[in-house]
Design a protein around this ligand. Sequence first.
Ligand code: HAM
Length: 420
Amino acid sequence: MSTFNAPKGTYDLLPPDSATFLAVREAIARPLRNSGYGYIETPGFENVELFARGVGESTDIVTKEMYAFETKGGDRLALRPEGTASVLRAALEANLHKAGNLPVKLWYSGSYYRYERPQKGRYRHFSQVGAEAIGAEDPALDAELIILADQAYRSLGLRDFRILLNSLGDKECRPVYRAALQDFLRGLDLDEETLRRAEINPLRVLDDKRPDVQKQLTDAPILRDYLCDACKAYHEEVRELIGAAGVVFEDDARLVRGLDYYTRTTFEFVHDGLGAQSAVGGGGRYDGLSEMIGGPALPSVGWALGVDRTVLALRAEGVELPLPTVTSVYAVPLGEEARRVLFAKVTELRKLGIATDFAYGGKGLKGAMKNANRSGARYAIVAGERDLAEGVVQLKDMESGDQAPVGLNEIVAELETRLG
Ligand code: HAM
């Protein structure tokens, strides 16, 4: 213990659990790298206006959850609560959309910050891996992203997740629906804040989790009934393409998302073993976002998967990822000369890509062997003065317990052969 603890709503990633986190990030990124997505990294903070305009003035994320602050220089910044607005901002700033090759396909991995009420699966600092395909309106692109997320989860061995799919319409049909929904909501028995929300962002009211609100929403008009022909046709094609790819999904006419930029395709990956915070990932099309932040019209689509919740989902299903062994060889020197000789061998082994560790701090044989055991190493190499005088080291197989001398000049090659 020190005087300090990790701030509320955050936690530290420590070995050995941290290895699972890395493996999850890698598993989500792999299908993206394999499909033409290039890696992008943007700053951890942005001009606060970017999120206010992009994510939406009336969203919880912007009104309640942003870590916004003023710098000593007077800039109004915010820690990023999500990645999409930043990635689009960066792509526009670098003119990636003018380089000719649309869509611009990008993936990212990083930390995000939301001042939320902490609970299991909901943190103030969390981790996402995301993908954005910028500048193309093509149902195959929406389908590609959904298929790649499904592939990532399947490659991790997850089974109990579901894909919820909806269309939120476009700038033609959504306003008509919005007005109809507002008419309906005005006639309900709702508290003042909810009524206010109904005026600013009526679709968000559909997402209200309170049972007394949900009960009144049973007969609410449904967006699906208002979709224009173009949106209907687009959505039908997305459904056909992902269905043909063998991806199982559920139509959810009530799915709305916590960010305002979505148009047409929206989806969420939910896991049933997580309790209240069941969304492991989400995304959709955001055809108007570029214009909202001052760019040209660039219809786009993307998603972000939560790494923290994906790890919880793996745990809930009891999935153990096959993690690479941390250490293959552990070197135990007994005495000064052995320390120098074995340290050189350790460096040689590492150069060959063999994961090797060393007993530091001049421990005795017993303590050092304990550490060798803990490291999970398959082999230990031990050398004392007498071994060195004979030009050998002792090679111990940590699984069988067998031990035999091997020539000092042969040991590296011998280990390389044995470890394949
Ligand atoms: P989002 O649904 O807000 O979407 O977040 C995506 C995922 O991040 C969630 O499904 C969840 O797994 C994780 N997440 C969000 N908040 C927290 C939290 N407080 N604690 C732990 N995990 C959390 C977006 O962020 C959009 N930018 C996705 C997107 C990309 N849409 C288009 N492109």
